[in-house]
Design a protein around this ligand. Structure first.
Ligand SMILES: [Zn+2]
Length: 213
């Protein structure tokens, strides 16, 4: 019965009639389902990644750890910017991270900092864990990455924890990255979402749609 009510409440929420059912959303109560992207076959995805000049290693077709299974995973090592350390992601997520660098991060760095990002500080991709509501996190499916911040070409840093708030150029840069990340990812959570995200941006391609930076 409770599940039926959740579905009904979510449907009504989508129609703007009532608030969404909290237990039906992965991280925040106002999430709605994201439109499903067209599937990209594993080999095609890897070929596209290589064609874009992304530095990566393809993992075995299926990687399992505990309750979690990563299908078509890659070990992402670098794009137009290096990573502070390699990160494991599903190939489709890695493709979007690469696009995000080119279409969101680097243009924002040019606009606000007159520089380019040389290193992305990521804080985790594929990890077998639950989200706060007790269900498997999108990290556990290889569909999410956490971002601490960036190192610019001159060696200076723009970190969510230290520079998100305020009126400076680094704040404007980070806030634009956060907002425009919502154009490419399904769920984007930042300091404006909750205390858990005070120091990083969570970007995922899960089944929900929510932009709360
Ligand atoms: Zn996350």
């Amino acid at each position: 019965m409770a599940r039926r009510w959740c579905r009904l409440a979510t449907a009504l929420a989508l129609a703007g009639l009532v608030g969404a059912c909290g237990s039906s959303a992965p991280d925040r109560p106002r999430a709605v389902r994201a439109p499903s992207p067209p599937p990209v076959a594993g080999e095609i995805c890897l070929q596209e990644l290589a064609a874009r000049g992304v530095i990566f290693k393809a993992l075995p077709q299926t990687v399992s750890s505990g309750r979690c299974t990563l299908v078509n995973g890659v070990r992402l090592e670098g794009m137009s910017a290096a990573l502070n350390r390699p990160v494991t992601l599903g190939c489709p997520t890695a493709r979007v991270v690469d696009r995000w660098m080119e279409e969101v991060v680097q243009p924002a760095a040019r606009r606000h900092l007159r520089s380019r990002v040389s290193v992305v500080h990521q804080a985790g991709g594929y990890v077998c864990r639950n989200s706060r509501n007790g269900r498997l996190s999108e990290h556990a499916r290889g569909r999410a990455i956490d971002i601490w911040g960036f190192v610019l070409a001159d060696g200076s840093k723009a970190l969510v924890r230290d520079h998100w708030r305020g009126a400076g150029a680094r704040s404007r840069f980070l806030q634009e990255v956060g907002q425009k990340s919502c154009n490419l990812f399904h769920v984007v959570l930042g300091p404006g979402a909750d205390a858990d995200h005070h120091d990083h941006l969570h970007l995922d391609l899960g089944e929900w749609k929510l932009c709360q930076v």
